[in-house]
Design a protein around this ligand. Structure first.
Ligand code: BGC
Length: 731
């Protein structure tokens, strides 16, 4: 039989081509499109090795499956050579449908490529409060992916995090719904462009819902969230991603209220497709359909689990055998309809057409040469690092460093790749500027930079601590680079996926090191390298200045060196409240009014260490005026003008945060809620006005029946850290 070719006419719309192709497909070929497998050579890698081998198929079996058109997608494909190898196999199948190759390129394409542009972890990007930057980062990642034969990024992670114990906090945009929603939408725009084409990749908003709210911070544990809190805080970033056209959605590992998300039809079909209008496809998370049977126990057999998930709305199964056979049996037995199969396959095929995979799905050597790690991408990585660093404290004015002769750099994160963060493999050393190297490069003539090496985050010896303390005595200033290590390839990592924390303090012997350094009497600047927040009494007590670097990516060292010596003025702000300890969880800024009205902790301060939105600058920015109408018609937006003056001699970038408080309402409302934000550059001495718009829905609430409406009444508009206030009456 000759191969059908009518769907190959690239002049036709993806929808038409999809229908033409569907008509030629057998049931097996259709179900094949719903199946995803891991690339063979990932076997044996450190992360998830057991889970991969446990569920993987032998190479020969997998080759046969692809050749027979029973595979739609792959993940964990280690590089362009294997990507092309798999596509060649797919091309041999009866219909030659190309494979969709996905990866977790959440802050650069660092999981499956030996060398790529690595940006700050998403929590650092969030600290920039710069949606345009986020969009460019995702677009750049998409270009590197397409050049190397990848088409789908499992990102953005739009989980809201109010519990920093969760080891995956670093891969999120933090605690605030508006910030998360705006950055998530920016990522979607960056990955997918204004229309899918040959430079774009599919985005994936995850983990629906409550992935960032597991009990005790334990990844995958139940998320107990009230319907109101889901509606107010957890759903909106997903709804926003859908409005931005996100093509795929990944449910979360966890259950909410007794229903595992992978089995939740009300969530994955009624809400996602019915209410929000989602048009793409839902991919299960890693082995989560299997866990409906093996962990959640809502399905007595594996086959029942597959049926439950597909009926709930899962369209593609992430990784491994078994699913294909179950689904075929279910259809043959009349337990799953053919319509349901077509509905799952349609958006998968449409994506392949829209991405141009039928015309070209492969990696190309020349594109890899010209695109991956090109100068523009490297420059963007540095820009992102610069904007993500948050100056938490500078009480004694020790920063920026000036006129110092001897700087001692020490600490476990000073000279390694911990600044790359999770979801990136170790990179070639010439592509990464460590903190030590960055400080050396930025130090002016006459400043000597010395290094006292310590062991890794988890293992420092007595003699290393003693040597660092001795070196401290001879220095003018000490830079202690402390924190976590969430690197994928590090079996000793202290945070990251499936590495959650009972304490937010510095792991290992880092506090001891800090105390020994402080005993020298010399000022200690602490640089924190971490994805999930650190809260440390020792840092609070001993540091003369604290820089929260997050995991600043491949050029984090360069940016930190510049910040230390004042070449770059720090401008990031916290996208997450830092509690004082794990015992202070939950600490988030948009709390209900009664949170702090009576209870006081007996042996500790009750308030957070640093609140959402905190971040200092070397410049002084005065908030001079806030202008807005004093009455507003319900349903209208409120334009607001904030006047700023840079009263210092340094150029600065100020992130203007605008908050809203509904003063009296029929239900309790948060004490403050971020309603608009904007980054603004100010030259020395410059005065300027920033125009922001508070969108109409920011004035709405969910009434006692969970119906959204706007109640007339007075609202407080607050700019920055409370310097300016304005009242507006909504009619
Ligand atoms: C994570 C997902 C990720 C997937 C594939 C899972 O363990 O929860 O976020 O996309 O693995 O790597």
């Amino acid at each position: 039989m000759p191969r059908p070719t009518d769907h190959l006419d690239a002049r036709l719309a993806p929808e038409q081509r999809t229908e033409l192709l569907l008509r030629h497909m057998t049931l097996e070929e259709k179900i094949g499109q719903m199946c995803q497998y891991v690339g063979e050579t990932s076997l044996g890698r450190a992360d998830n090795a057991d889970e991969i081998t446990g569920y993987a198929l032998a190479l020969g079996e997998k080759v046969e499956l692809v050749r027979s058109g029973r595979v739609g997608s792959f993940l964990k494909v280690p590089g362009p050579v294997e990507a092309n190898f798999l596509q060649d196999l797919a091309a041999e199948s009866r219909l030659g449908i190309p494979l969709l190759i996905g990866t977790d390129a959440i802050h650069g394409h660092g999981m499956d490529l030996a060398a790529a542009t690595i940006f700050p972890s998403p929590i650092g990007l969030a600290a920039s409060f710069d949606t345009n930057l986020a969009e460019r980062v995702a677009a750049c990642t998409a270009r590197e992916m397409r050049a190397t034969g990848f088409h789908w990024s499992f990102s953005p992670n739009v989980d809201i995090v109010r519990d920093a114990r969760w080891g995956r906090t670093g891969e999120t945009f933090g605690e605030d719904t508006r910030l998360v929603a705006e950055l998530g939408a920016a990522f979607v725009r960056g990955y997918q462009g204004s229309a899918l084409g040959r430079e774009q990749v599919l985005a994936c908003a995850k983990h629906l819902v409550g992935g960032g709210a597991p009990e005790n911070g334990l990844n995958g544990a139940p998320a107990e969230i009230s319907e109101r809190t889901l509606e107010e805080f957890y759903y909106p970033p997903f709804e926003r991603a859908v409005a931005a056209g996100v093509y795929t959605i990944m449910p979360s590992h966890n259950e909410v209220g007794g229903v595992p998300c992978h089995a939740d039809r009300r969530l994955l079909t009624e809400r996602l497709r019915g209410r929000w209008g989602f048009q793409g496809f839902v991919v299960s998370d890693w082995l989560d359909i299997e866990r409906l049977h093996s962990v959640h126990r809502v399905a007595a057999t594996r086959r029942a689990a597959d049926a439950l998930a597909v009926r709930a709305g899962v369209d593609m199964h992430m990784h491994g055998g078994g699913f294909f056979d179950s689904v075929r049996e279910l259809v043959v037995a009349g337990e799953l309809s053919l319509e349901r199969i077509d509905a799952a396959v349609r958006p998968i095929l449409k994506a392949k057409f829209a991405l141009g995979l039928f015309e070209d799905c492969r990696a190309h050597g020349d594109r890899i040469q010209s695109v991956v790690l090109c100068d523009a991408h490297r420059a963007l990585a540095l820009e992102a690092s610069r904007k993500s660093i948050v100056l938490l404290a500078n009480d004694r004015g020790v920063l920026p460093l000036g006129g110092v002769r001897r700087v001692l750099v020490t600490g476990p994160c000073a000279d390694d790749q911990s600044l790359l963060g999770d979801w990136a493999r170790l990179q070639p050393s010439e592509n990464v500027v460590s903190v030590l190297a960055g400080i050396r490069a930025a130090a002016p003539d006459g400043t000597r930079v010395e290094h006292a090496p310590t062991g890794p985050v988890g293992g420092m010896t007595d003699s290393q601590i003693a040597a660092a303390a001795r070196a401290a005595n001879a220095a003018d200033v000490i830079v202690a680079v402390l924190g976590e290590n969430s690197l994928r390839d590090n079996p000793e990592r202290t945070s990251g996926e499936n590495v959650d924390r009972a304490s937010l303090d510095l792991p290992g012997r880092q506090c001891e090191l800090l105390e020994a350094l402080a005993a020298s009497g010399k000022p200690v600047v602490v640089i924190l390298v971490n994805g999930a927040p650190i809260a440390s009494e020792a840092v609070a007590r001993h540091a003369a200045a604290i820089l929260e670097a997050w995991e600043p990516g491949m050029y984090g060292g360069t940016a930190l060196g510049e910040v230390l010596f004042g070449v770059t003025n720090p401008s990031g702000k916290l996208p997450m409240t830092l509690p004082r300890s794990a015992g202070h969880i939950k600490a988030f800024y948009n709390q209900r009014p009664s949170t702090h009205h009576r209870g006081k902790l007996r042996f500790a301060a009750t308030d957070p260490w640093y609140r959402f939105g905190h971040g200092l600058s070397y410049a002084t920015i005065a908030y001079r005026g806030l202008r807005a109408a004093s009455t507003l018609r319900a349903g209208d937006a409120l334009p607001v003008e904030v006047t700023l003056e840079n009263t210092s001699q340094r150029a600065a970038e100020e992130v203007v945060l605008l908050y809203l408080q509904d003063l009296y309402a029929s239900v309790t409302r948060p004490v403050l809620e971020l309603c608009a934000f904007q980054r603004q550059r100010l030259e020395p001495g410059q005065t300027c006005s920033v125009q922001l718009v508070i969108p109409p829905e920011a004035f709405s609430l969910l009434d006692v029946d969970l119906e959204r409406r706007i109640e007339p009444g007075e609202f407080r508009v607050v700019a920055g850290s409370g310097a300016l206030e304005h009242r507006v009456w909504v009619e």
